[in-house]
Each structure stands twice: as structure tokens, then as C-alpha cells.
Design a protein around this ligand. Sequence first.
Ligand code: SF4
Length: 464
Amino acid sequence: MILPALTEAKSPYWRPIKYSLFPPLGLATLAAYCYEGDEIDLQDEHVEELYTDDVPDIVVIQVYITNAFRAYKLADEYRAKGSYVCLGGLHVTSLPHEAKVHADTIFLGPGEECWPRFLKDYRNGCAEKMYISQERTIENIPSVRRDLIKRNLYLVPNSIVVSRGCPHHCSFCYKDAFFEGGKSFYTQRVDAALSEIDRLPGRHLYFLDDHLLGNQRFSTDLFEGMKSMNRVFQGASTIDAILRGDLIEKAAEAGMRSVFVGFETLTNGNLVQSNKRQNIGRDYEEAIKRLHSLGIMINGSFVFGLDDDGKDVFKRTVDWAVKNGLTTCTFHVLTPYPGTKLFQQMEADGRILHRNWDLYDTRNVVYQTRSLSADELKKGYDWAYESFYSWSNILKASMQHDNMKHAVKHFTYAGGWKKFEPLWNFMIKTQGLNKMLPLLESVLSKVRNGNKAGTTISPFPAIA
Ligand code: SF4
């Protein structure tokens, strides 16, 4: 089972640490369906040199858009040697006709139901060319084969997914294309999710779910069950869910210490263009205050290049993020992924410039822009990263918190993440990344300020 490196791995933007965060959980999940006695080698090219001198019976490759060409090359080589090659993942589901040329079998959609169906057919000598996900459930799935994961190669070996998909329909997102033809948001059983959490060593967890707060009932029960588990965790949510009811307080009580939020844009017209309805009319700053009052750090995601973006968008966005004390930011150049509504629209309008998937990495401009030139967009994107992560802006953003411990955590987390590349590289080289976990856990420890969400916090209360 192979996760080939995204092409960024070979680009000047390559930050080894960024690709040494999470193990390939999707493949480890599929591995759980293999039969007792099956010998499985799970390789992740982001953290290890691939061993390709073997000729296994079956080679399974997970394909994303920016590793597609690399995946096809590996697939062709293994097929030439006589292995049976299976390809699946987001890109294969979006462009099956492109992928099937390089595979014996391709998989469309999530694999939990069609992968075991394939395994049975393969053993009976009647495997098909294509399997399309039919039933959508992750209740009663076997436990992820975490024993195949080389934990010491990752900063966050305890990544976990307890749901699939998301209830929303943003036009630039893969989600609708991947889950087409069936349910597009469903969860594990709460007791199964809690048991999986319980089996993970240490305190830290990273939920890789698209929207951890997307199902009110499931998340409420999950957080209730986690309250006594003494965990610290990171996850993703929409603004909408942060502002609604008291789910975010429950998440904080259960150990949530940082959240990934798709703000995407500060312009209403852009939200409409991207069908980001869950953000329209929502008070971003209120959501931020609420998170900060709970001691939850924020990783904000922003997209540049939507049609209403003018030349001022980069500075306006960075200033806003700093003023509102966002801990980290992820910026993207708008990228129309094949299979998405955005791609269809842009293709219909003749705006797709080329199909060199290696450049569909959200760092390059691959479509005809409107209010900005491609050059302005690219330079503005680079500037935004540089500016947001300058020491002065890291300090300024840290000082936006009323609570000194939160300010220190913010400064340590953002500075540590972006400014200590040689240290990260050393830890990766010496295969000791997971030794950094206790440090991460202590940075993510609770800020005790005794304040409730929405109340004013007196400046610099006791430092816990
Ligand atoms: S909220 Fe996120 S995961 Fe859900 S559709 Fe929008 S971009 Fe995709």
C-alpha cells in the first residue's frame, strides 16, 4: 500500500515537517479488511524512501491530484512487473477515465464497502475493472491497522477520523464529487469512536474529520464521553457550528485546544461565488472571541483569487488575521479541482488554463483570473505567508489575547511551527519526531481563566 509523495515534496516550497504530520490513515483503514495471513507493507513517500524492488500480488495506491502523475508512474512500473494494481482516492473518483489506464482496478468514492467486495472477487478470480462505493456507513468497521504505521516518523501519530464527509457543499471542495451517489456525511458509532480514542497512547489527538462539529448529537455524545479521558485535541469546524448552541463549550471541556476554521474570504460576494452558505452573514469576530474565551487557538484558512478579490485582499486579510489573534493561517490560491462545481463552471467559461495536475497545489494560478492578474495573485499569496509569519506579526497577533498564558501559547505554537525549520529537519532526520509530542501536549494544555464564553476577561488573569 503506497501513498506517493505529493509533488510539493520536490518543490522549493517543500517543508518536510508539513508532510510528516499525519500517517496515511486511509490506507491503514483499508488494510484492516485484508485477511489474516495477508502480508502488508504500508509505505508513505513523504517520510520514507519507497522500496519498489518488490513484486507484490497487489499494489494499492492512494491518488491525490498533485501526486497523480507520480502515482501513475509507480502503477505502470508495478504492472509491467506483473503486480495487480489498484488505484483509489479523490483524484481517481474525479477522473476515472484518466486513472483507469494505469490500473487493473479503480475505486470510486470511499472504500469501506467496495474494497472488501473487491478482495472477495479477487480471491475468486473475478475482480472487476471498477468498483463504485454503494453503501455508506462506517458503523461496525474493523479497527484501523495502526500497527502498520511507523509512529516515530510522524509528529502526530494519533490522528483519527470519526466521520466521513461534511454536511456542506462549497463549490471549490472535493467533497460532493467524492461522495456523489450516496450519503455524503455520516459518523462512526459514538462508543466505537470512544474505544478507538481509548486505544491511542499519550494525550494528544488530531481529528482529521472535515467537520468535527457537523452532527450535533454525535459530537455532543462524543465530547461528553471524552470529558473524563484527559485528552488534548485539535480538529476542524465551521463558523456556523462555533456560533450555534454550546457545542464548542462541550468541545473545549472535552479537551479541544485548537481548531481549523474555513473563513476563506472576508468578502460576501466571494462567499456567494463559492456557495459557502454556512459563512454568509456570520459574525466571524464573535466566533473568534468565543474560541479565545475558551482557550482554543485558531488555524484560519483563506482562499485568494475569488472573483471579488482586488489588489488589497492580501493586506486586508493578513491585517484582519493579526488583529483578531489567529494563531496560524493557511493561505491558498483558488484551485478548481476536477470534479468540483468550480471546475465545471470555470471550464464552461473557458477559464481553465491547463491540466498539469502537478501545479494544482493551491500555490500556483491554474485558471484565468478576473480582478487580479495571475502574477498579482501569486505574488500576493507569497507575500501573505511571509507577512503573517514575520516575527513582528506573530508577536502582534499573540498580544491580542487578554490572557497571558494564551498569548505565550500562541507565540510558542506559531513561532515553533514556522520559525524552527532546522530543528524540525533534524528531528525528522533522526527519526525522533514523536519525541516532540510531550512539548506539543504542554503547549496545548488548558488555559485556566475561569471565564465563560462571551464574558469579558480581565487583562492577564492568573497564569495557570
Ligand atoms: S465546509 Fe469544508 S469540507 Fe465541507 S464542503 Fe465546505 S470546504 Fe468542503
